[in-house]
Structure formats: C-alpha cells, structure tokens
Design a protein around this ligand. Structure first.
Ligand SMILES: [Zn+2]
Length: 270
C-alpha cells in the first residue's frame, strides 16, 4: 500500500514538474495567432500576440500607426500580456469593399452604433448595407478582444505632428467637451500625451510631468474604444505619440506600467 502511495506521489510530482516546465517555456516565447475577417470583398487580419506575465491588453487599431505596433509588441515581449493589431494595408481607416468600391470608416469610432454611423457618414458611406457589414466586423473584433469588467486595456496611437495634440483637449477646442481636466507640460512635445478615465491615473501621470487629458464622465458618443471599455467596467488608457517617436512612446508606456504595477492596478504573475 505504502509503495503504491509513493508511486502515486511520484506520478503527481512528475505531472507538476512537466506543467512547470511547460509554463516556463511558454513564458519565454511570444505566441502569435492571426484571424482573418471579411469586410465585403476586403480582408482584415487581426494579429494577437501573447505572452504570460501580465494581465493587460494592448490594442493597435489604426494600421498605419506602426510605431505603436512595434512599441506594443516589444512591451508584451518584456512584460507579458496581449497585443491585438489590425492589419489590412489600407492606412488609418478600415475599408468595406463592395463591387470593387472602397467605403471607409474609423475603427476607433465603431464601438457604438451611433459612432459607427457617424464615421460612415463622415466618409460619405452611410448606407444600411455598408453599416450591416461594418457592424458585423465590429462584433467579431469585440469577440476577439473579449473585454471584461476589471480588465486593463492600453490603446496605442500615433499622430501626425501638430494634427492632434494635447491642446485639442482644452475647453472650447476639438475634444473640449470630451474632457474633464487637462494637464499640459510645456517641456513635453504636445503630440505625446495620455488620455485616462481615472482621476488617480490623471494625477499620477500629470505629476510625473506628462501631458494628460482626463476624459469626461459622459462624453459625446463617438464610438471610441475608451468609452466602450468604461461602459463594461474595464480600464482603458490611451497612449498617443507622434509617428516615429519610438523612444518617447516606449518611455511613456514604461512610466504607465510602473504606475499601474505600483498601484496594484495590473496583476502580474511569473
Ligand atoms: Zn490611432
């Protein structure tokens, strides 16, 4: 009997060791899964990079914002987590292609029906047929994204110099009504900034010298990812840096990471 128990223990131990070895092996590599989504005759590839280590999701919605994609992949390699990247080669917006004709919309405006309609309208594409195709694509992205209450999400973006800056979040400016409070550091490039929904993060980032906008509690419905996350009880932080500002965006992400881990907002496991 005792011999049998020892053997059982040995087997259990072996199983433990094997699972430990598998975990360690998995931790060291970044896995990539690609999903192919259709938008009429158009294809969009959704790449998901994953590594164990941190309970965090990064998103690169605009395909031409390559600095964000590179910075995000490097971040997941360093700390773990998940990066979701949309890829289609059409530039910033995604395209519904019907009979060879391209109908654009902004994927960061698709997270509500109102926002998606407005974006299609903006690009003169608001027909019911295109809306249905775009909404089905949106629903599939949401399914892959799988936002849940308590999740921490980082939306990575790049902007063209002086086109969208932290100054646009001041009262009376383009995103003035979206914003509760704005902190601008004159020493920082105005193209590099954070958008947050939590006062705690606003204070931490602004006192660290970063440009940061605190999103309004009830902003206009633009169909943005940050508001979609907020509705589901997930925390979303936007990190905007100028195209090509790799060093700055990496440094911003690391500063955010430090705050998120020190405050216990992100769970890490090794
Ligand atoms: Zn963007």
């Amino acid at each position: 009997m005792s011999y049998l128990l020892i053997r059982i223990k040995d087997v259990v131990c072996l199983v433990c060791l094997l699972s430990l070895a598998t975990d360690v092996g998995f931790m060291q590599s970044l896995s990539k899964t690609t999903h192919t989504l259709n938008l009429g005759e158009e294809k969009v590839w959704v790449d998901i990079y994953e590594r164990t280590g941190a309970d965090i999701t990064l998103l690169n919605l605009h395909d031409n914002e390559n600095t964000s994609a590179e910075t995000g992949r490097a971040f997941v390699e360093r700390h773990g987590g998940r990066l979701i990247e949309l890829r289609h080669g059409r530039g910033r917006e995604v395209v519904v292609r019907l009979d060879g004709v391209l109908h654009r919309f902004d994927p960061n405006r698709m997270f509500s029906d109102v926002g998606l309609r407005k974006s299609l309208e903006y690009f003169h594409n608001n027909t019911d047929e295109i809306f249905v195709i775009a909404a089905a694509f949106r629903d599939r992205v949401i399914e892959l994204f799988a936002v849940q209450e308590g999740m921490v999400v980082i939306a990575l973006h790049n902007n063209t110099p002086d086109k969208l800056t932290i100054k646009d979040f001041r009262p009376g400016e383009w995103y003035g009504e979206d914003t509760r409070e704005v902190s601008i550091n004159p020493q920082q490039d105005t193209d590099n900034f954070f958008v947050v929904t939590q006062v705690e993060l606003f204070n931490a980032l602004s006192s660290s010298g970063y440009n940061v906008a605190l999103r309004a509690k009830s902003p206009p419905d633009r169909g943005m990812l940050i508001d979609y996350c907020q509705r589901l009880g997930a925390l979303c932080i936007t990190v905007e840096a100028e195209h090509g500002h790799r060093v700055e965006q990496k440094e911003m992400l690391e500063a955010l990471w430090k705050i998120l881990t020190e405050k216990g907002i992100v769970t890490t496991y090794d």
